[in-house]
Ligand binder design. Structure first.
Ligand SMILES: NC(=O)c1ccc[n+]([C@@H]2O[C@H](COP(=O)([O-])OP(=O)(O)OC[C@H]3O[C@@H](n4cnc5c(N)ncnc54)[C@H](O)[C@@H]3O)[C@@H](O)[C@H]2O)c1
Ligand SMILES: [Zn+2]
Length: 408
């Protein structure tokens, strides 16, 4: 019987895979390769070119780019390289990146600078340590900083590169979803002060961005969800159909499906690259990217950047902030309640927080918002929306309306 069946299968099969002695994962891998999925999705890195005042740069997205190393090796001009990273990433991704670089570029003088992880470390003190590491390396004007890590490392190492000798190259190698879809692209760098987020910084576009989506496999689930908040943001301000796409792929994205992830990263980078190319210094509609951020930053600052110890991390605070911005838009008569409800449901689906954490005083949050860079002399300035996909910058938002949303 079995022999009959085997012969019949052999006649009709397009692809044959030997499963003897293989475990499920290996068979799954073989099926994917046979179907060409892996070739399409992972093996072919995709490239996006971004205009910037420092010259055009490439964003490479794909699985395995750190092990491959070619894009990184090609992005480095001079002889000196400082790899800046944090202790978590140093354990996991650093050995791979360093090995590739040493293999492909034996001519380089490489030093590693490692900082403790977490938003609370995005400080002037840590910046000073990073530039001291550049001094120790003897970094010249053609040196390169490789920022390997999440947005904290990217912002801080980018700021070190922006300020060392008035600006040397930085190659952003994001390892969190948030950094891949947002912070590594567009050139904003900086550090926090106790008085507020990102209050000291510089515009310093990267020489290249290398997003190895395989690095996300080690990312804690909470950080993956936090990154999804910034992905949702692009749909909220630019493209309602992207919100539908995210809704359709929510499960795949939460499970780390490589195809859905690569596409979400690429599409997000495209939205961001378009707006930063139009408005590199945030004089106009680049500010739309701050949707949810005036509220979010106030929450983060008020909590003392305690994402690692009970507070919200940046992406989570942005999720809450987007819900509040949508509510404020409804309260001001700009958008329908249904749009706010839909955004809330999508963020909840991604397991993100959507309420102001208990114990935060609305008037203290309001005071923080007055200091936020998004406030100017004319009064509170907010990024709101005129409905899903239509972000808008609104000046002179009455504080009473903001308070009502915060307290609600
Ligand atoms: N410059 C910009 O335009 C911009 C835009 C958005 C956000 N930001 C900034 O980005 C920061 C947030 O970035 P983030 O969310 O990436 O946080 P993060 O850098 O703190 O990283 C989150 C955590 O994940 C760990 N980690 C990183 N990669 C990992 C991996 N592959 N596997 C396992 N663990 C990993 C880190 O060590 C850290 O503990 C904030 O400071 C925010 O202000 C900047
Ligand atoms: Zn953000």
């Amino acid at each position: 019987m079995s022999a009959v069946r085997t012969a019949l299968y052999a006649q009709v099969a397009d692809i044959r895979i030997d499963t003897n002695g293989r475990d499920a994962a290996s068979v799954h891998g073989a099926v994917e390769s046979a179907l060409g999925l892996v070739d399409i999705v992972a093996r072919e890195p995709r490239r996006l070119d971004v205009e910037s005042p420092r010259g055009a740069y490439a964003i490479h997205v794909g699985a395995g780019l750190l092990a491959d190393g070619r894009q990184l090796a090609e992005a480095i001009r001079g002889r000196h390289v400082l790899i800046a990273t944090d202790a978590n990433v140093a354990r996991i991704q650093l050995p791979v990146l360093e090995a590739s670089l040493r293999r492909l570029r034996p001519d380089l003088v490489i030093a590693v600078h490692c900082m403790p992880p977490g938003e609370a470390e995005k400080t002037l003190g840590r910046w000073q340590e990073a530039v001291a590491a550049l001094a120790k390396l003897g970094a010249t004007r053609d040196a390169t900083v490789v920022a390997l890590g999440g947005g904290v490392v990217g912002d801080l190492a980018g700021f070190a590169a922006a300020t060392w000798m008035r600006g040397i190259d930085v190659v952003q190698v994001p390892t969190t979803l948030l950094a891949m879809v947002d912070s590594s692209v567009g050139g904003k760098t900086g550090v926090d002060l106790p008085a507020g987020k990102n209050l000291v910084g510089a515009f310093h576009p990267p020489a290249a961005v290398i997003a190895d989506t395989a690095a996300l496999s080690t990312l804690p689930a909470r950080e993956l969800r936090a990154g999804l908040a910034e992905v949702v943001k692009y749909g909220a301000i630019f493209d309602a159909t992207f919100l539908d796409w995210l809704d359709d792929r929510a499960e795949a994205l939460l499970a780390g499906d490589p195809e859905a992830t690569a596409e979400a990263v690429l599409r997000s980078c495209r939205y961001k690259a378009d707006v930063v190319a139009r408005d590199p210094f945030e004089r106009g509609d680049r500010a739309l990217l701050n949707f949810g951020h005036t509220f979010g930053h106030a929450i983060e600052t008020e909590q003392g950047y305690t994402g690692a110890t009970g507070g919200l991390v940046h992406g989570e605070a942005v999720a809450v902030g987007m819900v509040l911005a949508a509510r404020l838009s409804t309260a001001l008569g700009r958008a329908a309640q249904a749009d706010a409800d839909r955004l809330l449901a999508l963020l909840q689906r991604f397991g993100l927080p959507t309420r102001v954490p208990a114990g935060l005083d609305p008037s203290a949050l309001l005071a923080r918002m007055r200091l936020d860079k998004k406030a100017d002399a004319a009064g509170l300035r907010f990024v709101l929306w005129d409905g899903a996909g239509r972000g808008v910058i609104v000046r002179d938002v009455p504080e009473s309306a903001v308070m009502a949303v915060l307290a609600g």
